[in-house]
Design a protein around this ligand. Structure first.
Ligand code: NDP
Ligand code: MG
Length: 389
C-alpha cells in the first residue's frame, strides 16, 4: 500500500486526486489530508479515508473540525505550523495542491524527507524555484509537475536531449474573456471572470486564466522547473485546450502533448509515474474535433505576460514579489476594490517600488521569500490606499 498525503484536499485539484484514489482504495493509505475553510468537506473526506491526521489551515476553525470528527478516533490539527508538521509524516507520494504561496512551506518540508511531490501549487516554483529544486536535489526527492502544461512538457521531454530543445511552447485557453474586445475588459466583474470556457478549476486560478496571470505564473514555472532559458519559452492561445504544450527541437521536429482538458490526466500521470495506467478521462475523437486553432498571446492585451518576462529576466526574489502582489491584487479584485485591468497595473507598480527600494536583491531562502511575499502584499495594499485617498 502506498502512503499518500493530499495538501489542499478540499479544493478542485484535491477533489480530482481523491476521485482517482477512490477508484482503487486497496492501493493507498492516507497519511495527511488538509483543507482550509471547508471544514465539512475535510471532515467528510477524513471519515471516508481515515488518514493519520486531518489539518485545517485556519486555527480558528479547529473546534469545528474537532466536533465534526468527534467519536471517530481521528486526529486533527490546525494552522500553518500543523501543515508543516503534517508534511513531516512519512509518505511515499504527496500532492501539493494548496492555492497560493501558503503551499510553499509544507511542500518544501516534504522534499526534505526525500519524498515524491506531485506539484500543482505553481506558486511554490514562482516564489522559490531555485530553493525548491535545490532542496529536492539535495535530499534525493522527486518533483513531478501537475500543472497540465508542465506535465505535458515533462512527458514530451522523456528520453530527449535537453541540448536539442529550441523552444518550449505552452498553450493558453485565453480564459473567460478571450473573445471580449479590449475596451470591455476594464469593467469585467469577478463573477464574469470566474467561469472558464474549458477547465473546471478553483475560483482564483480561473480568474488568473482570464487575466493571463495564470499563464504568466506558468511561464516562470517552466523556467524554474525545466531550467530553460526564458527566451526559449513561449505561450500561444489555443482556445480548444487540446494541445497542452509542445517541445520544438533543433532538427525542426515538434513533439506535442494532447489530451482532453481534464486534470485527472496530469494528476494520474504523476500518481502512476513512472508507469502509465488507464485513467478515466475522455479519449479524443479527431474527426469530431475537426480543427485546432491558435492565436498570439498578445502582451498588450495581457500585460501579465510582459511582467512575467521581466520577472524571468531578473530572477532571484522577483518571482516572490510578483506572486505576492498578484495574490493581493486578486483579493482586491474579488472584493470589488480593484478593476480587472487594474490588477496588472498594481502588480507592475509594486515591482517597480520594490526594485527601487532594492528590496529584491537577497538570496532565495525561505525567510527571504516570506519577507518579500509580505512586503509585496503590504506594498499592494499601500498603493491601493494612496489611490483611493
Ligand atoms: P482551490 O481553491 O479549489 O483549492 C485550494 C485548496 O487550498 C483548498 O483545499 C483550500 O481549502 C486550501 N487553502 C486555501 N487557502 C489556504 C491556506 N492559506 N493555507 C492552506 N490551505 C489553503 O484551488 P485549485 O484546486 O484550483 O488549485 C490548487 C493549486 O493547484 C493552485 O496552486 C493552482 O494554481 C494549481 N492548479 C490548479 C489547477 C486546476 O485545474 N484547478 C490546474 C493547474 C494548477 P478550503 O477550500 O477548505 O478553504
Ligand atoms: Mg496550467
Amino acid at each position: 500500500m502506498r502512503r499518500i498525503s493530499i495538501f489542499g484536499a478540499t479544493g478542485s485539484i484535491g477533489a480530482s486526486t481523491i476521485d482517482l484514489i477512490r477508484r482503487d482504495p486497496e492501493a493507498y493509505r492516507l497519511v495527511a489530508l488538509t483543507g482550509g475553510q471547508n471544514i465539512a468537506g475535510l471532515a467528510a473526506l477524513a471519515r471516508e479515508f481515515r488518514p493519520e491526521i486531518a489539518v485545517t489551515a485556519d486555527p480558528a476553525r479547529l473546534p469545528e473540525l474537532r466536533a465534526a470528527l468527534a467519536g471517530t478516533g481521528l486526529a486533527c490539527a490546525a494552522g500553518p505550523q500543523a501543515l508543516i508538521e503534517a508534511a513531516d509524516r512519512p509518505a511515499d507520494w504527496i500532492m501539493s495542491a494548496i492555492v497560493g504561496a501558503a503551499g510553499l512551506p509544507p511542500g518544501l518540508r516534504a522534499l526534505r524527507h526525500g519524498t515524491t511531490l506531485a506539484l500543482a501549487n505553481k506558486e511554490s516554483l514562482v516564489c522559490a524555484g531555485p530553493l525548491l529544486m535545490e532542496t529536492a536535489r539535495r535530499h534525493g526527492a522527486t518533483i513531478l509537475p501537475v500543472d497540465s502544461e508542465h506535465s505535458a512538457v515533462f512527458q514530451a521531454l522523456a528520453g530527449e536531449d535537453m541540448a536539442s530543445v529550441e523552444r518550449v511552447i505552452i498553450t493558453a485557453s485565453g480564459g473567460a474573456f478571450r473573445d471580449w474586445p479590449l475596451d470591455r475588459l476594464r469593467d469585467a466583474t469577478p463573477a464574469e471572470a470566474s467561469s472558464h470556457p474549458n477547465w473546471d478549476m478553483g475560483q482564483r486560478i480561473t480568474i488568473d486564466s482570464a487575466s493571463m496571470f495564470n499563464k504568466a505564473l506558468e511561464l516562470i514555472e517552466t523556467r524554474e522547473f525545466f531550467g530553460i532559458d526564458p527566451r526559449r519559452i513561449e505561450a500561444v492561445v489555443h482556445p480548444e485546450s487540446i494541445i497542452h504544450a509542445m517541445v520544438a527541437h533543433n532538427d525542426g521536429g515538434i513533439l506535442a502533448h494532447l489530451g482532453a482538458p481534464d486534470m485527472r490526466h496530469a494528476i494520474g500521470f504523476a500518481l502512476n509515474w513512472p508507469a502509465r495506467r488507464a485513467l478515466p478521462v475522455e479519449r479524443l475523437d479527431f474527426v469530431r474535433l475537426g480543427s485546432l486553432s491558435f492565436r498570439p498571446a498578445c502582451e498588450t492585451r495581457y500585460p501579465a505576460l510582459r511582467l512575467a518576462r521581466e520577472v524571468m529576466a531578473a530572477g532571484g526574489l522577483h518571482g516572490a514579489a510578483f506572486n505576492g502582489a498578484k495574490e493581493r491584487a486578486l483579493d482586491h479584485f474579488i472584493a470589488g476594490r480593484l478593476r480587472f485591468t487594474e490588477m496588472a497595473e498594481l502588480v507592475e507598480r509594486v515591482l517597480e517600488r520594490l526594485q527601487a527600494a532594492a528590496a529584491l536583491a537577497g538570496a532565495v531562502t525561505l525567510e527571504e521569500v516570506r519577507r518579500v511575499d509580505q512586503i509585496a502584499r503590504d506594498s499592494a495594499d499601500d498603493a491601493l490606499r494612496l489611490d483611493q485617498a
